[in-house]
Design a protein around this ligand. Structure first.
Ligand code: ATP
Length: 342
């Protein structure tokens, strides 16, 4: 498997600067997730790597070779799209065999059979090989679409939100399987999503893309615990990180330039408020009971904001309780949203 390197890559479409000065290194065997909102430049980045777009500036290297001017078919990468495009009149077997029957890569039929069988086993669709592609569930069709990439043994996999059209349960199952397959094969993967759960659970490293720029690269844990901007902080984690004005927490020592504080639900603690408490009170608004914990929504007195605090399921809080909120791991951001305590 090959490593991928982008240096100074930029691409503009008429008035839209889609990506700007991308520097990106994906190691051999790495599952690298590009995470970002709609329009951030994720698909454009994949298309630049595949050769479906030419960069205005910069270079793309695959396995150490500069492929910036190379035709897509010669780059030996496989692209899996969000919308699976199977050949409806062909069987699952023939859909999987199709890439190997291309005139560009003539492959003996015995070799095709071995490869298709191996991939079908990996994807757990061996018993579907004789079915017409149209008589499959959405999850099975997406497996076949992924399988068509796998049979080619490419140097590099590019995947553009391949699970986003599936329902939540299938998405969960296939997420785990895709990760298992990637690890079994030692495949190099550049995977695009706007789903933070996919990024957190599958990535070796995450690159957060905003407005065509990579704003942070790190392991899921690094990016979650040490976000470089308030936007990145808000992009990862469920429930969303609490972001509020520094003025609402006068009791905590903060860096001088701090304008906003961010605290994750599990990094806050609430206590019953007593009358002689020097801290400002907050009011419990409502409680979301999850299986393992409760999410307590509280509003600081005199504010219309709502903070979400994670509490043990055994803790007894009720709507309207007066509480005191303790911040265990506050993250501070300046007026531009940049982290200033890191
Ligand atoms: P999404 O999650 O919605 O797919 P994305 O992060 O993949 O978004 P891109 O599809 O890469 O974003 O688009 C980045 C920007 O470039 C957007 O503003 C988009 O409208 C613009 N863009 C992409 N392709 C073209 C094109 N062929 N012509 C004009 N503008 C384009």
């Amino acid at each position: 498997m090959a490593e991928l390197r982008l240096t100074g890559v930029s691409k503009r479409f008429a008035a839209v600067q889609a990506v700007t000065d991308l520097q990106l290194h994906v190691s051999s065997g790495e599952f690298f997730v590009l995470l970002g909102p709609s329009g951030a430049g994720k698909t454009t980045t994949l298309r630049l790597v595949a050769g479906l777009e030419r960069p205005d500036a910069g270079h793309v290297h695959i396995a150490g070779q500069d492929v910036s001017a190379m035709a897509p078919a010669l780059r030996d990468v496989a692209f899996v799209f969000q919308q699976y495009s199977l050949y409806p009149h062909l069987s699952v077997y023939d859909n999987l065999a199709f890439p190997l029957r291309s005139p560009l890569r003539p492959t003996p039929e015995a070799r095709i059979r071995a490869k298709v069988t191996e991939v079908a086993r990996l994807l757990r669709i061996e018993d579907k090989l004789g079915n017409p592609a149209t008589r499959l569930s959405g999850g099975q069709m997406q497996r076949v679409a992924i399988g068509r990439a796998l049979v080619r043994d490419p140097q590099l996999y590019l995947m553009d939100e391949p699970l986003s059209s599936l329902d939540a349960r299938l998405r969960n199952d296939l997420r785990l399987e895709l990760k298992r397959i990637q690890q079994d094969l030692g495949a190099t993967m550049l995977y695009v999503t706007h789903d933070q759960t996919e990024a957190m659970t599958m990535a070796s490293r995450i690159g957060v893309l905003e407005g065509g720029r990579l704003v942070q690269v790190g392991t899921p844990r690094e990016v979650y615990e040490n976000p470089s901007t308030s936007h990145v902080a808000a992009r990862l984690g469920s429930p969303r990180i609490n972001l509020f004005a520094r003025a609402l927490v006068p009791a905590v020592a903060a860096p001088n330039d701090a304008v906003t504080v961010g605290v994750r639900a599990e990094h806050m603690r609430i206590h019953q408020h007593s009358d002689n408490d020097a801290h400002r009170a907050a009011r419990v608004r409502r409680i979301e009971r999850l299986s393992d914990r409760h999410l307590v929504h509280v509003a600081p007195e005199g504010s219309d904001q709502e903070w979400v605090v994670s509490a043990r399921a055994g803790d007894s809080f009720a709507p309207d309780d007066a509480v005191r909120v303790e911040l265990l791991q506050p993250l501070w951001f300046d007026a531009g949203g940049r982290r200033i305590d890191a």
